[in-house]
Design a binder for this molecule. Structure first.
Ligand code: URP
Ligand code: ZN
Ligand code: ZN
Length: 487
């Protein structure tokens, strides 16, 4: 019997910290050896001239999830994970989304039932908490955290999801106690509501007005407010899908002050602008997401935030709603911008876009690319070092990239079920060629080789990222009886 089941040979291996020429030995789904030259395995993969990177970890995607307006995503856990795998992602953390009135237990069971029989790569879950009742926070959440769902998202906008500041404090207080990481969708609800009403009153109904209503000031204000709430409670927080300078600067300033504020951004804020929403008829609806894409200056601010460490995570926020009457056009051909399901697809192109425009154009090093697309998310959400790196003992989630392959993006190349890509026609250089998930070759030569349901549920640990700093504001006097333990 050979020592290795699989050997990936002759490649240039990159992690978040190193780039090295070495072979990788794989057995029982894990990396068991890294060396200049390994003996033969049962399966040999020649990676000469190729880059060998950890599989991507996409820690923000909406799969088989109903929107707050009741629209189902086009991708279920089969098509969503197949599409992810073809794009070089080997682990996803989508959402198990609570609607008001639902118990978290029933929500999580439902998402396990959806994912278990279909996923082809490994997955964890974040919760979305829309109804933070005492029972949800005091009883259900602690049990789910013990079951490996250690992060949750809350919304400061959307009628059906939004929490007020009082509820945010309740949630932050519990997260601190339980060691969970809080993800925040930060946009000022009333600013958006007010602007939307005025726009609609004036007859401005087209998709492009979505970008006007979701003003960057609304995002900046809510981000700053969320940070202050986090600071008051000394609860770490990750601001998701940041689109513009205002929010980026607020996060950067908080980090400079030593606060544990993390930032995430997504492809739509690097490669789309508000002009994409300004197309004939309802075509701009294909680009409606929240926050919306902004302008070229905002794109530059987001690139800078990726480079200087303001953002730790580059995720897709894949929210695949078809451009037809089942989803984006559910309200018919005369729909106004408030009636369009929010979200854009991106799970398959997340890595190729950032590789081509980031690494290929010299904006990011290979190590930074790996950190932003895999390692940091695995660390933040308690999956490291099992996921997000190539190291002895880690799961053999490995992607072999052809750095020279040139591709013109066309929806026909992709494997999701959304029916369009916002990046149609874009020229990219660098493409994920062969994808291994726990040592199984799941994608090779453009073909899938993975059974439905072969992906495993991942229990996330509580992460160091969620530990409080211990720096409480002087006003929060522990001797006061506020009904909660401060230290
Ligand atoms: O527009 C977006 N991003 N839709 C998906 C839901 C969310 O808020 O992440
Ligand atoms: Zn969001
Ligand atoms: Zn999202």
């Amino acid at each position: 019997m050979t020592k290795f089941h699989t050997v990936v040979r002759n490649g240039t291996v990159a992690t978040a910290t190193e780039v090295m020429r070495c072979d990788i030995g794989i057995r029982d789904g894990r990396v068991v050896a890294l060396a200049e030259e390994l003996e033969a395995g049962e399966v040999e993969i020649d990676a000469a001239g190729k880059l060998v990177l950890p599989g991507g970890v996409d820690s923000h995607c909406h799969i088989e999830q109903e929107s707050s307006g009741g629209v189902m995503t086009a991708d279920d856990f089969y098509s969503g994970t197949v599409s992810a795998a073809f794009g070089g992602t080997t682990c996803i953390i989508p959402f198990a989304a609570q609607m008001k009135g639902q118990t978290l237990r029933e929500v999580v069971e439902k998402y396990h039932d959806r994912a278990g029989p279909k996923a082809v790569i490994d997955y964890g879950f974040h919760l979305i908490i829309a109804d933070p009742t005492p029972e949800v926070m005091g009883q259900e959440l602690p049990a789910l955290i013990e079951d490996g769902i250690t992060s949750f998202k809350v919304y400061m906008t959307y009628d059906a999801l939004k929490l007020d500041d009082y509820q945010m404090l309740t949630v932050l207080n519990e997260a601190r106690r339980l060691g969970a990481l809080v993800m925040v969708h930060a946009e000022n609800h009333d600013v958006i509501r007010w602007l939307s009403e005025k726009l609609l009153d004036a007859g401005h109904r087209a998709p492009k007005y979505h970008a006007v209503a979701h003003a960057r000031i609304a995002e900046g204000e809510a981000t700053s407010r969320a940070i202050q709430l986090s600071r008051l409670m000394d609860t770490p927080m990750l601001i998701v899908h940041v689109s513009a300078e205002e929010a980026t600067t607020a996060i950067r300033n908080a980090q400079t002050q030593g606060l544990k504020i993390y930032g995430e951004t997504c492809p739509q804020y690097l490669f789309l602008t508000a002009k994409d929403l300004d197309r004939d008829g309802l075509d701009g609806a294909m680009f409606c997401c929240s926050p919306p894409p902004r302008d070229e200056a905002a794109q530059e601010a987001i690139w800078l935030g990726l480079k200087n460490g303001t953002f730790q995570v580059f995720s897709s926020d894949h929210a695949p709603y078809r451009f037809d009457e089942t989803a984006k056009l559910k309200h018919g051909p005369n729909a106004h911008f408030k009636q369009i399901a929010n979200g854009v697809p991106g799970i398959e192109l997340r890595l190729p876009l950032l590789f081509s425009e980031g690494v290929g154009k010299g904006r990011l090093s290979l190590q930074e690319f790996v950190a932003l697309t895999a390692t940091n998310a695995a660390k933040l959400y308690g999956l490291f070092p099992r996921k997000g790196t190539i190291a002895v003992g880690a799961d053999a989630d490995i992607v072999i990239w052809d750095p020279d392959r040139e591709v013109t993006v066309s929806y026909d190349l992709l494997h999701d079920r959304v029916g369009y890509t916002p990046y149609e026609g874009k020229q990219l250089k660098g493409w994920p060629e062969t994808v291994l998930s726990r040592g199984r070759i799941v994608v090779r030569d453009g073909a899938l080789n993975a059974e439905r349901g072969s992906g495993n549920f991942l229990r996330c640990d509580k992460s160091e990222a969620a530990h409080p700093t211990g720096n409480l504001e002087p006003e929060i006097d522990p001797s006061r009886n506020w009904g909660f333990q401060i230290q």
